[in-house]
Every structure is written in structure tokens, then in C-alpha cells.
Design a protein around this ligand. Structure first.
Ligand SMILES: O=C[C@H](O)COP(=O)(O)O
Length: 215
């Protein structure tokens, strides 16, 4: 399983979370990755944890003030990127352009989608993975794998119908090892989560719990 912890813009210590994630990843078969704020990518990557950007621009080098370039995040240690997160939706053409930019920089890609129909559309763009996240469950602590298992299974089927090489992750409300196991049983090959770790009193313990059943 791939466990991707998105720190969003939460006021946590990204390096402490990354160090804990790197330690936890060393004790499990699962891959544990962290997606910090762009400004924190290098410090997070220096911990040795698998590091993802939260977004990359379709732009390359040039007059693009405010852009987060794929080349820049790769130079600062990222090996992958989220795209089209529910809290940072993009136009279809921009998602396609960001996928091209990520490919130029050799970044793995996870395109987020609200539902199985969007998963199919995202899969058609050729990312490495798609992540289905019902927006109404994000940040609630109610896991999608319990609240809406059909959306996960339908997303897995939708992606497979378009491109079986595209991995399917699920997210929203995932916070325990049981949630990760439930996601796996529904056919997901990874989970995308945030508040269960970034807002936890003890992120290290939360990470240990997430991967405990996967050993
Ligand atoms: O990127 C993470 C997802 O939006 C899920 O967030 P959450 O785990 O806080 O529900």
C-alpha cells in the first residue's frame, strides 16, 4: 500500500512529521510519503522520506511569477506530485499540462477526483495514480472506506476500464490502520490522508497506527 500524507497548510512541524514517516516507512512493506508546503520540500526530503509536492504548474521556466515548477520541486527532492486536489481544483487543460510538466521532471503523479466519473476522466490523462475523495468527507474523520465503500469500488472499476496501469488511491477521513485495510479490501492500492496525521497530538503514533496492520 502507498500511504500519502498531505500536510495541506496545517500548522504542524513538517520535518518532525517527515522524520516520523521515514522511520515508520522503514518498518513496513508500505511506502509512506509526505506532501508538505512547497517551501518545505527540501527540508522534508532531507529526512529521507518519500516526498511529494502538493501541486506543480503546467509552466516551464520563464516569466511565470508565482508558479511552482515541476523542475523546481524535483530539484528540491520531490519524487512525485499531487494534482487537482479537491481544495485546489484545476481546469482539465491545466491538469494535462501539469502532467506533462511532471513527466519532464520525472515526477510520479496522483490526480485527485471527486467521484468515479472524474476518476475515469483523470485516468484518461495518463497519470501514475488517481485518488478518489468525496469532498464532503474530507477532514471529517469519517473514513470513505466506511461511509461510502461503493465510491471506492466504482473508482477502481472506472480507472481499470480506462487504463488498468493507473493505480487507484482513496482518501477522506482515513486515520487508522483499520481504515487503510478497508481501503485495500475495496481494491485501492493506496490512501491519501491529511488531518489524521497533521492534526494529531502525536503524529508519530498516528503514523505507526496507520501502517501497523500492513506489516
Ligand atoms: O489530501 C488529503 C485529503 O483531502 C484527505 O484529508 P483528510 O484525511 O483530512 O480527510
Amino acid at each position: 500500500m502507498f500511504v500519502l500524507v498531505n500536510l495541506k497548510a496545517y500548522p504542524c512541524d513538517p520535518v518532525a512529521v517527515a522524520e516520523a514517516a521515514a522511520d515508520v516507512a522503514g518498518d513496513t512493506e508500505a511506502t509512506v510519503a509526505v506532501a508538505p508546503q512547497a517551501a518545505d520540500l527540501a527540508r522534508v526530503a532531507d529526512t529521507g522520506v518519500t516526498t511529494y509536492a502538493q501541486h506543480v504548474s503546467p509552466n516551464g521556466h520563464g516569466s511565470h511569477t508565482g508558479s511552482t515548477l515541476a523542475e523546481s520541486v524535483a530539484d528540491n527532492g520531490a519524487v512525485g506530485t499531487l494534482l487537482n486536489h479537491s481544495e485546489a481544483r484545476r481546469k482539465l487543460a491545466d491538469i494535462d499540462g501539469s502532467l506533462d510538466a511532471a513527466a519532464r521532471a520525472d515526477l510520479d503523479t496522483v490526480v485527485c477526483a471527486n467521484n468515479p466519473e472524474q476518476v475515469a476522466a483523470a485516468a484518461a490523462l495518463g497519470p501514475d495514480a488517481v485518488a478518489v475523495e468525496p469532498p464532503e468527507l474530507i477532514g471529517t474523520g469519517t473514513p470513505v472506506s466506511q461511509a461510502d465503500p461503493d465510491v471506492v469500488e466504482d473508482a477502481v472499476d472506472a480507472a481499470a476500464a480506462v487504463d488498468p496501469s493507473v493505480d487507484v488511491y482513496c482518501g477522506a477521513g482515513i486515520s487508522t490502520g483499520d481504515d487503510v485495510v478497508a481501503a485495500e479490501e475495496l481494491g485501492a492500492s493506496g490512501v491519501l490522508l491529511a488531518s489524521g496525521v497533521a492534526k494529531a497530538d502525536d503524529p508519530r503514533t498516528a503514523l505507526e497506527d496507520l501502517v501497523a496492520p500492513l506489516d
